[in-house]
Structure formats: C-alpha cells, structure tokens
Write a protein that binds this ligand. Structure first.
Ligand code: SF4
Length: 372
C-alpha cells in the first residue's frame, strides 16, 4: 500500500479521529516536517504514544522527492522537478523579486526580497489549450492535497515563499477538493500564507467559480480568457465549448459582487488570432463593467504550440493603449517571456526529454524553454 503524505489533511484527520488523537498535534507535526523534511516520526518527542505506530504504518513526511533544480540565467527563477510516488514528474517554479528595485508611483515600493511559487495541480491537463505546452501532454493524473503542499515544502528550502499562484501544470478547478484542502493548509500554521497572496488560475470552469469564492474567501481569482469572443476562445481553447463566454461573464460578475475582489485576466497575445485593435475594443467592452487587471502575455512558442506566432511589441502596446485609454482598464504587459511565471496558467511541460536529461545528467532544460 502506498503511504500517504502527512499533508493529506483529510486522511490524517480521519486517522487521528479513529485513534483518538487530538488534531492540535497536526500543525506541530507539519512544522517539524517543514524544518526537517527527511525526519523520522520518532524524532518528534511530544506526540501521544498512539500517534507513532499510526504515522509509521500509514504516513511519510514527504511522498515526493526533489529530483533536480535548474536556475534561469538571470537567477530570478528556479524550476524544481519533483518526482511523485507513482513515478510521474511535476514542475514547480520559484520566482524571486525585490520590491525595493521596482517603481511604484515614482518610488521604490515597500517590502523587500520575496518569492512567488507557481504550483502544479495535475500531471498534464485535459483542457488541451492549443498554445500551451502542458495541454500537449494530455491528462495523466490529479495531484493529491499532500502532493500539492509538498511543492511548497520543497520550495521553502530554496527561497522564502510569500506568494503562491496555481498556474503550473493542470487546471486547478478540475482537481477541486485537493486544491481547496491544499490552500487551507497553506493558510494554516506553519505556512500561514495570507489568502491575498494566493491566486488560483482557471480557464473558466463556470460552476466552480462561485463555489471557490465560498470555499476559499479572499483568495485571488485569475481567469485565462485569451479571447474576447466565444468562437476564437473555442478555436484556441477547446474546453471553452463547455463554458460559453456569456455564462463565464455572468459567473465573474456574481463572483465580484459577492467577493468585492478584483479579478485578474490573463490574455495571451497570438499574432493574427486575438491581437488586433477590434479585438482590443471587444475585450474592453466585455470587461469594462468589472474591476479587473488584464495581463497581456506575449506568446513564446514551445514544443507542439508552434502553429502560433508572437505578436510584435508595437501591436501589444496598441492593444494595451486601447484597454487603458478607451476603457480605463488596468493593463500590464509581461515583458520577459519565459521568466515571469505569474503570467499564465499551467504552461509547463515535463517532456520525455526533460526526464531523460534529469535522470541521465542531473540537468533539465532551461526554464526559459519551458514557459510561454
Ligand atoms: S493553459 Fe492551463 S488549462 Fe489550458 S491546457 Fe495549459 S494547463 Fe491546461
């Protein structure tokens, strides 16, 4: 029988209930594992005696192993290749930044060095977005709650993680209960992330959006919109057929009415597909009654996504100007392709080549090659 991760909270809680062990020992165990990922259960001396046989027979501190880490040439991003208990791999990406170096209202912003972790929720993805490398893998499996949280544990030994974005491999809302449980753990001790620093990105699984707001209040929502009209959405995101744009917009309006939170809109710029001025106006009209931040993402061809071309910088600027000046929509442009991991949902791919490289040489492809 496969061991469960100690971060599979629902299973752990139910086992503790059956054994009559108080749940208040759980954060203490998690804290020890976070600090000592290779620990043995006997090292935690303050647990009730019934906990040790239970933990030894059913749980591991970590069920995943950090296989390799690769760093981008500018040292801003690090990609962690993580091996699951079933032999599959997922990737998680750390991006470091320093707010003191950025400018806000003409001045450096308060804060300091901090890191964002881009987390995977599935091995592969069944949504099949045509511009996305992960989509080309197809769907292999859902990650468990523990496998999601363990990405944060591994990354915490590389950097001090302040923000988590669910924009790695997979559609998070297609693995809903594991996602919700994983976020709840991240909000608790010992991680204690602020919900405002966690963002869940979705292609727009309409029925799950309001549920998400109910289950994870104050967590940010990002929507990979990528087109202002339904037919283009369907062309580049086949899964959008099941989620008509009108219904998605209704869900976003309801979400905003209930949450009073702004919504992040991801829009990948594909030359000649969704990037002309008319489409900027269509997008502006679609979004002008919502409070949103639009992130325009210049496309970077990866693997089987080379049927698309990159929109040139002038066209991106023009698109941005329309949204800002005509519709007063806050709009950012991702500048460094492949380095800003905040930009889009799940655009990582673990190819056979990655795994062979990792297994044979301890190296993986540069992160820039794996991101849009
Ligand atoms: S963009 Fe997101 S939802 Fe679409 S295939 Fe890639 S990982 Fe899946």
């Amino acid at each position: 029988m496969a061991y469960r991760s100690i971060f599979d909270a629902p299973v752990l809680q139910s086992e503790f209930d059956n054994a009559g062990i108080n749940h208040h020992f759980i954060p203490l165990i998690w804290k020890h594992v976070l600090q000592n990922p290779n620990c043995k259960w006997d090292e935690i001396t303050s647990l009730p005696s019934a906990a040790y046989p239970l933990l030894n027979s059913k749980f591991l501190p970590l069920t995943t192993t950090l296989h390799s880490v690769s760093h981008s040439t500018d040292a801003v991003t690090s990609k962690l290749l993580i091996k699951l208990q079933n032999g599959e791999f997922v990737e998680t990406v750390v991006m470091r930044y320093d707010t003191r170096l950025g400018k806000y209202a003409g001045k450096p912003r308060p804060g300091g060095p901090r890191s964002t972790l881009c987390v995977s929720s599935q091995v592969g993805c069944k949504m099949g977005c045509k511009f996305c490398a992960t989509g080309s893998m197809g769907f292999k499996s859902n990650l468990s709650t523990g496998e999601i949280v363990e990405q944060l544990v591994h990354a915490s030994h590389i950097s001090n993680i302040r923000n988590v974005v669910f924009m790695g491999m997979g559609e998070p809302l297609n693995n809903y209960s594991a996602l919700v449980e994983a976020v709840r753990i991240m909000l608790r001790s010992p991680f204690q992330l602020s919900p405002k620093r966690i963002t869940v990105s979705t292609v727009g699984i309409v029925h799950a959006i309001s549920k998400l707001q109910h289950d994870l209040p104050h967590v940010n929502l990002a929507v990979s919109l990528h087109a202002p009209v339904q037919d283009i959405r369907c062309q580049i995101m086949p899964a959008a057929r099941a989620f008509p744009l009108g219904k998605l917009m209704d869900a976003l309006h309801l979400y905003q009415k209930n949450s009073q939170q702004k919504i992040f809109i991801e829009y990948i710029m594909l030359d000649g597909v969704n990037d002309d001025e008319l489409q900027a106006h269509q997008l502006g009209k679609l979004l002008e009654t919502l409070e949103v931040v639009v992130n325009l993402i210049p496309f970077n061809p990866v693997g089987s996504t080379t049927q698309f071309r990159t929109t040139n910088a002038a066209k991106v600027k023009c698109f941005q100007r329309v949204l800002r000046e005509k519709y007063d929509i806050r709009t950012t442009v991702r500048k460094e392709m492949g380095q800003d991991i905040n930009g889009a949902c799940g655009q990582l791919v673990v190819s056979k080549q990655d795994k062979m490289l990792a297994e044979n040489t301890g190296l993986v492809m540069d992160i820039e090659d794996l991101h849009l």
